[in-house]
Design a protein around this ligand. Structure first.
Ligand code: IVH
Length: 672
């Protein structure tokens, strides 16, 4: 059919164009067109593919994100172990390694490749006939987890390598690439802040965030987090393919993989040492974190001769940079209020230069940490910083040269921003401001309230909310319901239609059920599920607001800590007023009261396969009505896996973990 042939040609040309711009943007960091133009190309391709679905191929740029959340990950055995590296920390240790290389090979003039030691996680990519077919985590080194769907969303990873490129670079059609997956520091900071504002747990460093992201069961979540991948190994059947490591890196680069440009082929250990030094100075200028330098013997034949010791190759070594530290005086402590109301003590320091940056502030984390350090104002403290991460006070210096401080660090009784009394829940380290109207918390609170799983006010993102707050139009979430068109038209980028859209969204949110409103209040420890239990138990906002801590504890999954937090929230007059206004605005304050059974309280179930008499939702409902919990994946905490027909990987996991597997009939018996 000529029409389809035309379409096919057009589609392929468009794909090539998009791939080229993806490569320029994500691999070379040198975009030539704007994001807008790029999005237009992708939309055009989506449209064409929509009209000709038979022409969609797995390596089309539109197919990076696809598929539904998965149930778990399959284990995959590596073609050859994914090893770690031995570490060195000083010049002597590095020289000792070089001597050993000489001794074992009998070769004196050894060439080395110096690379940055990227602080991410290693990943293996499998390509069959030039197509990306597998992404596997390192796991225990021998076996990793199949994270292919997530890996496909990483834009610097090619979904396919064209035949001509393989030919030109000498890379075989079936090959494996290993490298480092990481999250750039700026993205880490931004995403962590977003999490903090939603009351979600934050990640302590980009590496953990990367690991958490690549192991997401839902590839759509991974796709929203900018991960980057640098290739540093090319294997075939588990063996190094090229005869020199430097050639491997060049070939990977020519084939379209992102290879770190900060690398060097050197001819002596002195040059290695120079490279190490240079990057110790410059490491802060990098957009991602490194924790050292990796030195590799260039010639594959020599690598093979050197072999491995236990878990690490003898042909490569890591030189680890030490944490950068400096000693300075602790002049004071101020308390910063985060978006969830959390108070963080910040050390005010006499300015000190650490690794080329002047440091004036460092985090003291929390009250427990202050106690652990035994810090007093006037003390000399050791301050450490890694990459772009906030400096921290590591210890108090106790020696004859540095006098000890005398002034105790005061823990504030009131929020430094709004002066509301602060609260420390039992068993918690952090003090918090519980005033929902505290300006410091406002942005995060409003964003949480408006977000998709909550009141679902589409379009009410950070830029709009910031403007609303700046102009004093929104001082708390109830103000959202007083906004009118004139207010919105006064803001940047708002025309009649966009203003009306927001007002419609706001009006629509009033139709959402009580549990959403409860969740939207942003009460600490009250997540989606707890909000639902609360709404069902009390049946109305009034009953919930007037419940005592004891009454609250009667609710499914509400323990003393959660009950106290809820009671605390409603005992604050400002919060009560806010809730009252939401009621007046017409939000759902009444719900369906429903008593859940307690027969299955504390029991966690996982459903898998197709049940004969229930849909998944019906089965879930039945188990939850009996007080049970239904989880998405099998873990050691799972009590029962309910297996229907064609049960998949969850059943295997249950067997592996020794979790009880029951059928539909047994589930009914338990729940009734
Ligand atoms: S080579 C057998 N090169 O460091 C060779 N690793 O501490 C091992 N890493 O698991 C990998 N940057 O995740 C290599 N340029 C680099 C690296 C690098 C970071 C990581 C890698 C490895 C860990 C070992």
């Amino acid at each position: 059919m000529p029409a389809d042939k035309d379409a096919e040609k057009q589609i392929e040309a468009l794909r090539e164009k998009i791939r080229h711009h993806e490569y320029l943007y994500y691999v070379l960091d040198r975009p030539q067109i704007s994001d807008f133009e790029f999005d237009k190309l992708v939309q055009e391709l989506q449209q064409l593919e929509g009209e000709h679905p038979a022409l969609i191929t797995p390596d089309s740029p539109t197919q990076r994100v696809g598929g539904k959340p998965r149930e778990g990950f399959f284990k995959v055995r590596h073609s050859s172990p994914m090893l770690s590296l031995d570490n060195t920390y000083n010049q002597d240790e590095l020289s000792a390694w070089e001597r050993r290389v000489h001794e074992l090979t009998g070769v004196k003039g050894v060439d080395y490749v110096c690379e940055l030691k990227l602080d991410g996680m290693s990943l293996s990519l499998g390509y069959d006939d030039g197509q990306l077919v597998r992404g596997v985590t390192r796991g225990d080194g021998t076996t990793g987890e199949d994270v292919t769907l997530n890996v496909r969303t990483v834009r610097s990873i090619p979904l396919s390598v064209p035949k001509e490129k393989l030919k030109k670079t000498g890379i075989p059609a079936y090959f494996e690439v290993r490298g480092e997956l990481l999250m750039p520091t700026a993205a880490f900071k931004k995403l962590n802040e977003e999490r903090e504002s939603k009351g979600l747990p934050t990640f302590s460093n980009p590496r953990n965030f990367t690991a958490g992201t690549v192991r997401q069961l839902d590839p759509n979540i991974t796709a929203q987090r900018p991960l980057d991948f640098f290739a540093y190994m090319l294997l075939q059947d588990g063996r190094t393919y090229f005869d020199h490591h430097s050639k491997t890196l060049e070939a990977l680069e020519s084939a379209g993989f992102k290879v770190n440009p900060h690398r060097k082929l050197v001819h002596s250990i002195d040059e290695v040492w120079k490279f190490i030094h240079q990057w110790e100075e410059k490491r802060d200028s990098l957009p991602y974190e490194i924790d050292g330098i990796v030195v590799k013997v260039d010639r594959t034949a020599l690598q093979d001769e050197l072999g491995f010791t236990g878990k690490a190759p003898r042909w490569a070594i890591a030189y680890k940079y030490s944490a950068r530290a400096g000693i300075t005086k602790l002049e004071g402590v101020r308390w910063q209020v985060g978006r969830t109301g959390k108070l963080t003590p910040v050390a005010e320091l006499a300015p000190v230069s650490i690794g080329g940056t002047t440091v004036r502030n460092a985090t003291l984390h929390n009250v427990d940490e202050i106690e652990r350090l035994g810090a007093k104002i006037g003390d000399y403290v050791q301050v450490e910083r890694g990459g772009d991460v906030i400096p921290k006070v590591a210890k108090v210096v106790e020696d004859k040269v540095h006098p000890r401080g005398k002034q105790e660090i005061d823990i504030p009784e009131k929020c430094p921003v709004c002066a509301t009394r602060v609260v420390r829940t039992e068993g918690e380290v952090d003090y918090r401001c519980v005033n929902a109207n505290c300006p410091a918390k406002l942005l995060g609170t409003v964003l949480h309230f408006a977000s998709r799983g909550v009141m679902n006010i589409d379009g009410m993102g950070e830029s709009l909310v910031n403007q609303l707050i700046e102009r004093g139009l929104v001082k708390n979430v109830a103000d959202i319901y007083d906004l009118n068109k004139k207010d919105l038209l006064g803001l940047e980028r708002f025309a009649d239609k966009s203003a009306q859209n927001i007002l419609d969204e706001i009006a629509n949110s009033k139709k959402l059920p009580l549990e959403r409103v409860v969740y939207g209040l942003g009460i600490r420890f009250v997540g989606e599920r707890t909000a639902q239990f609360l709404a069902e138990h009390f049946g109305s906002m009034d009953a919930l607001a007037n419940a005592s801590a004891e009454q609250l504890e009667e609710v499914n999954e509400v323990g003393p800590r959660v009950a106290e937090s809820i009671a605390e929230f409603f005992s604050n007059p400002a919060n009560r007023k806010l809730v009252e206004r939401l009621g007046k605005a017409g939000l759902a304050f009444k719900g369906q009261q429903k008593e859940r059974g307690t027969k299955l309280a504390g029991k966690t179930f996982v459903l898998t396969g197709t049940l004969a008499h229930y849909t998944r939702d019906e089965a879930k409902q039945m188990l939850e009505d009996a007080g049970g919990k239904v989880a998405g994946s099998v873990s050691k905490k799972t009590d029962y896996v309910v297996a229907g027909a064609d049960a998949g990987s969850k059943l295997d996991q249950a067997k592996e973990l020794g979790v009880a597997v029951i059928d539909e009939g047994e589930m009914e018996k338990l729940a009734r």
